[in-house]
Design a protein around this ligand. Structure first.
Ligand code: ZN
Length: 239
């Protein structure tokens, strides 16, 4: 759990909750107790009394992170953005939902209007269809993402570059950066819009310069992407 920008009456605490790095908006006000809720957009909000120390806010979030994780899971499983791995199901791609249609001809593969056509697998089960979609995401990611990484990395204004970039289906994170400078991005990010994917790219590129999620890390992130909090929050909805 990380703090940044802690001097004001409003700041953000970042929590590692399974696959998500969740940003909790914290508000100080004239109140007696702490309360953790989700706002109308599904973003976590913690209200704390003026006298509450940051340590206490930390402890409160730590104690309630199970509850928060469960609420977020419920919220997102109800989301219409969930992929449905069946013919005529819905699949997210770059922040939009497409109808998935399985076809017999390879020539038809791709997006046309609001339909994603994929080659029908030999056995039409959800696991096989999911694999098709994931492979589609990976191919798209390999063509779209390297250019975006290069462009965002230029904002840092130094000569540091990732040693390599890998694209993988990950269960519990958007991406990561190894100590040797290898960035791995979750192929499922392709469900999200580019603006929100760019946030993950910027986050991982920051790790090439700052290893831990500390004040320096978030200052750097803010300097290259001032609206990263909005993007991070929107990403949770897309994902
Ligand atoms: Zn990180």
């Amino acid at each position: 759990m990380i703090l940044q920008d802690t001097t004001s009456t409003q700041f953000v605490i970042c929590l590692n909750l399974g696959k998500c790095l969740v940003s909790v908006e914290v508000f100080r006000s004239e109140r007696k107790s702490m309360v953790l809720t989700l706002d109308s957009q599904g973003g976590p909000e913690l209200k704390i009394p003026n006298s509450c120390s940051l340590k206490e806010a930390h402890r409160f979030l730590e104690k309630n992170q199970g509850w928060l994780g469960e609420r977020l899971r419920q919220k997102f499983s109800q989301s219409t953005r969930q992929n449905k791995y069946v013919d005529c199901g819905r699949v997210g791609f770059l922040g939009k939902l497409y109808k998935l249609r399985l076809v017999d001809s390879r020539k038809l593969i791709g997006i046309s209007d609001d339909v994603l056509f994929l080659k029908r697998p030999s056995k039409e089960c959800s696991a096989k269809i999911q694999r098709l979609v994931v492979n589609w995401y990976r191919n798209e990611m390999e063509s779209y993402i390297p250019g975006r990484i290069k462009r965002i990395n230029q904002y840092f204004g130094d000569s540091i570059v990732p040693r390599s970039v890998k694209y993988r289906k990950m269960k519990s994170s958007y991406g990561n950066c190894s100590s040797s400078g290898v960035i791995t991005l979750n192929v499922m990010l392709m469900k999200a819009g580019f603006k929100n994917i760019d946030y993950v790219i910027a986050h991982e590129l920051c790790h090439l310069r700052c290893w831990s999620h500390d004040f320096e890390f978030y200052s750097l992130l803010k300097s290259v992407m001032p609206d990263w909090k909005v993007r991070a929050r929107n990403l949770e909805k897309d994902f």
